[in-house]
Design a protein around this ligand. Sequence first.
Ligand code: KIV
Ligand code: ZN
Length: 537
Amino acid sequence: MNDRIIIFDTTLRDGEQAPGASMTIDEKLRIAHQLARLNVDVIEAGFPISSPAQFEAVRRIAEEVQGPVICALARAREEDIRAAAEALAPGKRVRIHTFIATSDIHIDAKFGDVRFGRTLAEKRQTILRLTEEAVRLARTFTDDVEFSAEDAGRTDVGYLAEVVHTAIAAGATTINLPDTTGYCVPDEYAAMFRSVIERVQPPPHIIFSAHCHDDLGLAVANSLAAVRAGVRQIECTINGIGERAGNAALEEVVMALKVRNERFGGLKVGIVTQHLTETSRMVSLATGFPVPPNKAIVGRNAFSHEAGIHQHGVLRRRDTYEIMRAEDVGQQPEQIRLGRHSGRHGLFSRLEKLGIHVPEDRREEIYRRFLALADLKKEIYDEDLRRLVEAKTDGNPTAPYQLMEMHVATGTHRAPEAEVQLYHRSTHTLRVERASGDGPVDAIYKAIDRAVGRTHELVSYALRSVTEGADAVGEVTVLLNFNGACFRGVAQHTDVLRASAEAYLEAINHLEQFRTDHENLSFVRDGILQSFDGATA
Ligand code: KIV
Ligand code: ZN
């Protein structure tokens, strides 16, 4: 037994105590089944006395979930312990977890009434008695009884040892010493266990347990320090959810024990780590608590590399920047995220993976355009890359008009206004024009019309998103009518107003080119006719 760590999952009890994290009974059942697939050793399913819904959730989990030990929480009170036992009754392997506060601060606040004693010493004696009674009663229902000394982290260690001794003598098999307030630092928390174990000299079957809160961001570090002091059970939650700043995150504790196993004397952990990410997403969905992208192990970015030097490194040899394999925690392997820090190597190997071969002579131009897009978009998706390679190069050098600059101002209480600067190639002139309109696009189109010197008949305008995300690339298609002929313009940009302006201008350029060709044709035709006229004259 001493060569393995018991993973005690309290997502459904302490985790659910996180403000706003409450789950329905069905959600709890689904999560409990998933925790069983994950192969946790113990599921703390709830606190049955606290509400009928908690009671029912524990009862159904005990009835339906096979594999892990199902545990229920109870204060050191007869009615709590009986409610826990009743809720657990349908289960095969069950544990009652009873607790009482032991620190002076908690004793003062919770046992202030004189019926618990007049002095601190008397109150402490009362707590020893309540501990013994609670554990003895719990043992009448099951052989598996856990006792917790609430706020152990701030309890006088001599008194704590007395409480632990009493609980063991009464029949507790697991002794949990929580850092209830997240106050301890790792060496201090480990020293507490060493000191209690040294004073109590417990029989070998007793398991010591760590339960850490994250108020100082030390819950995982404290739990791991406790393991090195002899603890063999860690109480933790998926995604680290729990009271206030939360509990130790199960996925972090487990992967630290696995990845750095040599630092923990080769201790075994039974978790099927490939289910970690899926379990994390499930809990996030049920609680409505998003998983931050940079969350260790299960965050979306935990195995993504953006910096060029990192991308190059992992593409060559994954262990240059990865200490564990993404697939081992249920994440996608080799997530090369493309963004403004990516290098050529990352870009072109992703393109190759997408089946897009970029010839040598286009590589520099593609990379330059990729960087320009990355400046506009936080993350570049595969679809962006396809567009980037397919898109036409830097505009048509023979087009009559080129958009140099554009400003648009709009607001809830003002008419949209646009200012455009257009360069006219054949006359080498720059025109700046302003206009207001019914919307920003209308204002832009009016300003462009002024700069060109004629109005255009807009037949249709269509905008669609061609890639994902709030900063997706938008594609605008416009059709202009000129004497019954249609002229089309298409442009893509993350800024849809800019795409609107460029699409409109592209259609105008086609139209202008047609007009010029037409005029040239008329000129030639008129010239030919004139020469015929002259010949016949
Ligand atoms: O944090 C704590 O002390 C607890 C106990 C009930 C174990 O959650
Ligand atoms: Zn807790």
